[in-house]
Design a protein around this ligand. Structure first.
Ligand SMILES: Nc1nc2c(ncn2[C@@H]2O[C@H](COP(=O)(O)OP(=O)(O)OP(=O)(O)O)[C@@H](O)[C@H]2O)c(=O)[nH]1
Length: 351
C-alpha cells in the first residue's frame, strides 16, 4: 500500500524525450522537402523523387506520433528511413558525389533515438553496409567511384563523430540516472517519515483520497483509526528522547506487521498514527485494532538495557459517502479524545 505511483512513473519514463524525436521528424521532413525541390530544379528527378518520398515518410511519422503518441514506431520510421536515404546517397553519389557527406548525421540521431548500446549496434551495421557499398567493385554494384583516400577518411571521421556522440550520449544517460535517483530520494523525503519509514501525513491523505474514490465507486466500507500513544511525554522524560524515538520505530513495525497488505498505517504527527482500512467496516476495524492492542499488553520495548511498556488509545470512524476526509478524521479524533478521557489504553467507539 505504501508505494508511490510517481516513483514508478519515473522508472518507466524513457531517457529519450518524445517531443525531441517529434522535432527531429519535422526538421527531417522540411530539409528533405527543400533538398527535393533543389534537386528538381537541377533536373535530378530521381533524387528529387527519393527525397520527396523521404519527406513524405517523415510526415507520416509525425502524423503517427500526433495520433497514437507512439514514439517506438516513429523512432523506427525516422531512423531506418534515414539509413535508407543515406545508402541511396552513398550508392548514387547525390549531387556532385557529395552524397556520402550526409552520413555524419546518422551517429547522433541513432544514439539519441536508440540509446547507447542499441544505437552503437545500429551504427555498426550502418557503417558496415556503407563500407560494403563504397568498397564493392563497381562491376558488382554500379556506384560512383570514390577516391580511396576519400572513402577511408570518410569512415575514420564517421567513427570519430560516432565516438564523440557515444561519449555525449553516455554522459547524458548517466546524468538522467542521477537526476532520477535524486528525484526518488526527494520524493521519499516528501512522502515518507524519515524516522519510522511509514507514510507521512501527505502520503496518508493521498492514499485516503484514492480509497475514498474507490469506496464511492464500489460502495464497500472504508474505515480510519487515529492512534495516539499514551503518556508518551513520560517515556521521553523517563528514558530520554532517543528511547522515545526507538519506541516510535518499534510501534511502527508492530503496526505494519499487524495489518493486511491493502491497509496502511501512516505517521500522522508526533506520537500519532493513522490507520486506513479499505473494504472494512468500523466494527471490523475495531476487531483488528483490538488485536493489536492486545499484542501490546504484554509487549516490552527493549532500549539500551531498559524495558519500556507503552499503550495507546484509538478512535475509529467509518467514512460515509457524504462525509469529507477532514470530517472523518475529526470524528475519529473525537473518539480518540473519548478513549483518552475514559482512562486511555482503549479503542472507541466500542463494538
Ligand atoms: N522522542 C520523540 N518524541 C516525540 C516525537 N514527536 C513528538 N514527541 C513527543 O510526544 C509527546 C507528546 O506529549 P503529549 O501531547 O503531552 O501527550 P502524551 O504525553 O502522550 O499524553 P496523552 O496523549 O494525553 O496520553 C511530547 O513530549 C513530544 O515531545 C518524536 O518524533 N520523538
Amino acid at each position: 500500500m505504501n508505494t508511490l505511483p510517481e516513483i514508478d512513473d519515473l522508472k518507466s519514463k524513457n531517457v529519450t524525450q518524445p517531443h525531441v524525436i517529434a522535432i527531429f521528424v519535422l526538421v527531417g521532413m522540411c530539409i528533405t522537402a527543400v533538398m527535393a525541390i533543389i534537386a528538381f530544379y537541377n533536373n535530378n528527378n530521381l533524387l528529387a523523387a527519393v527525397l520527396m518520398m523521404a519527406s513524405f515518410i517523415y510526415f507520416i511519422g509525425y502524423f503517427v506520433y500526433k495520433t497514437f503518441q507512439n514514439t517506438a514506431l516513429i523512432s523506427v520510421i525516422i531512423l531506418y528511413s534515414l539509413y535508407l536515404l543515406m545508402f541511396y546517397l552513398v550508392y548514387t553519389g547525390g549531387v556532385g558525389n557529395s552524397g556520402p557527406l550526409w552520413i555524419f548525421m546518422v551517429a547522433p540521431v541513432s544514439l539519441f533515438i536508440h540509446g547507447f548500446k542499441r544505437g552503437l549496434f545500429d551504427i555498426f551495421i550502418f557503417i558496415t553496409i556503407v563500407g560494403v557499398i563504397m568498397f564493392m567493385p563497381t562491376d558488382i554494384i554500379a556506384h560512383p567511384t570514390y577516391n580511396t583516400e576519400f572513402k577511408l577518411r570518410l569512415i575514420y571521421s564517421f567513427l570519430t563523430v560516432t565516438f564523440l556522440s557515444a561519449l555525449y550520449e553516455y554522459s547524458r544517460q548517466q546524468s538522467f540516472k542521477h537526476i532520477l535517483e535524486l528525484t526518488k530520494e526527494y520524493q521519499k523525503l516528501a512522502y515518507f517519515d524519515p524516522l519510522t519509514h511509514l507514510s507521512n501525513r501527505r502520503d496518508a491523505l493521498r492514499i485516503l483520497k484514492r480509497e475514498q474514490a474507490r469506496m464511492l465507486r464500489t460502495k464497500e466500507p472504508l474505515s480510519v483509526a487515529l492512534c495516539d500513544i499514551d503518556h508518551f511525554k513520560k517515556v521521553n522524560d523517563n528514558y530520554g528522547h532517543n528511547a522515545g524515538d526507538a519506541v516510535l520505530v518499534e510501534l511502527a513495525n508492530i503496526f505494519s506487521d499487524s495489518i493486511r497488505k491493502q491497509d496502511c498505517v501512516a505517521r500522522w504527527g508526533g506520537e500519532e498514527f493513522l490507520f486506513i482500512f479499505p473494504q472494512t467496516s468500523a466494527k471490523n476495524a475495531y476487531i483488528i485494532t483490538e488485536k493489536i492492542k492486545q499484542k501490546m499488553q504484554d509487549h516490552l520495548i527493549h532500549y539500551q538495557g531498559q524495558k519500556i511498556k507503552v499503550t495507546f488509545s484509538m478512535g475509529i470512524e467509518e467514512l460515509h459517502s457524504n462525509q469529507s476526509i477532514d470530517e472523518a478524521i475529526n470524528s475519529a479524533d473525537k473518539y480518540l479524545y473519548q478513549a483518552k478521557s475514559s482512562g486511555r489504553n482503549q479503542i472507541h467507539p466500542k463494538f
